[in-house]
Design a protein around this ligand. Sequence first.
Ligand code: HDD
Length: 745
Amino acid sequence: MRRTRTVASTENASDPAPGRPSSRPPSLQEPTEPTGPLPPKSDQQGAQPRTPTGAEPGREPSTTAQQGEFLTTSQGARLRDTDHSLKAGRRGPVLLQDHHLREKITHFDHERIPERVVHARGAAAHGVFEGYGTAEPVCRAGFLAKGVRTEVFTRFSTVVGSRGSMDTARDTRGFATKFYTEEGTFDLVGNNIPVFFIQDGMKFPDVVHAAKPHPDREIPQAQSAHDTFWDFVSLHTEAQHHTLWFMGDRGIPRSFRMMEGFGVHTFRLSNSDGETSLAKLHWKPALGVHSLTWEEAQLLGGADPDFHRRDLADAIESGAYPSWELGIQVFPDNAEQSFEGIDLLDPTKFVPEELAPVQPVGRLTLDRNPRNYFAETEQVAFNPGHLVPGIDVTDDPLLQVRLFSYVDTQLTRLGGPNFAQLPINRAHAPINDMLRDGYGQQGDHSGVAPYQPNSLDGGCPFLAGEMDGALEDLPVVVPESVKERALSATFEDHFSQARLFWRSMTPVERDHIVDAYSFELAKCYEATIRERQLQSLANIDGELCARVAAALGMTAPERTIPAEDGTDGAPVTSAPLSQLGARWPTDGRTIGIVVDPDGDNSALLALHDAVVAASMTPIVIAPRGGEVAGVPVGRTFGTAASAELDALLLAGNPLTAPDARPSVDPTAGAPSSGEVEPRVGTLIDDCWRHAKAMGAWGEGRTALAARTAPGGAGLVAGEDGRAVLSEIRTLLESHRVWERFPADA
Ligand code: HDD
């Protein structure tokens, strides 16, 4: 059946009737007069997978852009034409009366909404949370009860960059989860770092102004490596601890799937007997915590700015669903609200797991990609004030200010007070509020008495009692005090936990931290800022300061604040802070397989399938696109990049450069027969430098041996691709071949 119509012209009698071929010369024919649905393009024919991961594209109508038979206006009137404005004559002026034109352009003009003032760039997924029931002794929230499954939506983000900035910038990552529970929506709006920049929300605009691009030239984008940022953190030494975390590897995660998440603040939990505890909330990723190298992060910023977004969507689409365990650290709800000398209301402090173990209370699994980025990921509105019975806030002065900020920002960003009615923000619990009218109101409320109590609407709705699962204002004692603009003296130590973090790092992680500070501070023009920051580093740790000062060619200052390690039972190091040393599942890891299409590829399909069966993603890399032995080529030699891969396999082909093969690398010179193909050689070199596991078999071993050190760590040479893959997978469990990084480089 034909779905399109041609324009019936009333002006030119010589025009053909609708649907008939035009008699005008081809150059004068309208370019857009399709007479039926276009045939599929050649790459859409046959059984070729069309999604990036090879998953079958959705066929149901809800996954198509438009539904219904005819294109209509927003009022449902069917349209004959949507390509031509209504004009006074073919070449005449456009008529104001063209309703469809005005509607189309007006709507387009207003398609954008303000991006988030922070956390503008993000990616999200739907999923499910299942409670273990283990939280019951301390928390009565229904969604934590054993076996209860709750729908969730999680959005990950960078903080500083704009909506179009790159994913791999060095930055803190947001980790915000909306639990659509039966008792109302609970939002856990956290980060991938357990401490925050500032102790009082009053300073939030200041730290954000300092971190965002300079207001005169609006540069640099999505960077902390600039004067205003380091000016702020060196003047506000409370920011030093958080900054150290993201100067470390956690500032450049390998994947959203491989990040921890933290609620940061201390929350107050209550159980069904009304007993309260203080608690910190943690997300522990099933895949472990892993990072890019700084070089990879920078390269990906250009080669694939959507790296994290793509990684999340591809993993979910291919069935490698990321998951995290929710855990709680529980502390007695004492009058001081402190634990082992740590003020639990100070958001620049965390509690080492050695002092309070993280107890698992449930599991989050993300298993569905959003269908529409704008409707879901862009319009989702989180708020740390969205709480459920059993979970309450504390007096942390950062959290208290957040409780104001999140609703306030949505009023501008989402255009009015009814953003909770947007589908992604709608609670899954029954809603029976008395909020009325306002911009964007979708409700058609009945009744005459939206006030409480009333006698005209039968007194409805009624107030819930304790037994009806009502939110409770816990009877917390507010100590007698005076109004003042000040912080508690227990917030004054800005350095000892930063020192704990630094000392808990392995040598290679310390190297990365030194390199990061050296990079960032070298980008600051003002010497006074560098000097002041070195002073803070000296107060954290002398070795850290000396190494950064040496890299900057500056003199390391002496510490001005005494180090107080080990006081109050605080550990000097904390093992869980390091990302190294354990082994993790390899689900969703990306394996590059370099092949020569002219070689023997009889085992390639089986190898490809073995990678898929191991829940990893194979990417075949060949000199040209198309297919090799029934496997689609994912990258050509010219587009493959080490940064995109977790490991590299060199299939049993020679991978040498024939004399005639042109080199794309002008510095490589003309390769002679027998040399490793230059682009494959560069790929091997990069994978070596990025400490990727590499394997080869058959003739592929020659290429690997030619570009790597004999007996080098993380290299696997064998006779058979499947056996090599198995060893590579074991190496991948440690994420990288850490031995390749010189410990004292
Ligand atoms: Fe915030 C967004 C996390 C302090 C004000 N914040 C935002 C998001 C995350 C966080 C993950 C993105 C949510 C999304 O994906 O839509 N923010 C944090 C954490 C903090 C924190 C972990 C400290 C522990 N934030 C904080 C303070 C203020 C804000 C102190 C203001 C005083 N945050 C906002 C905001 C944002 C936001 C301006 C921007 C967009 C939005 O809220 O919806 O209101």
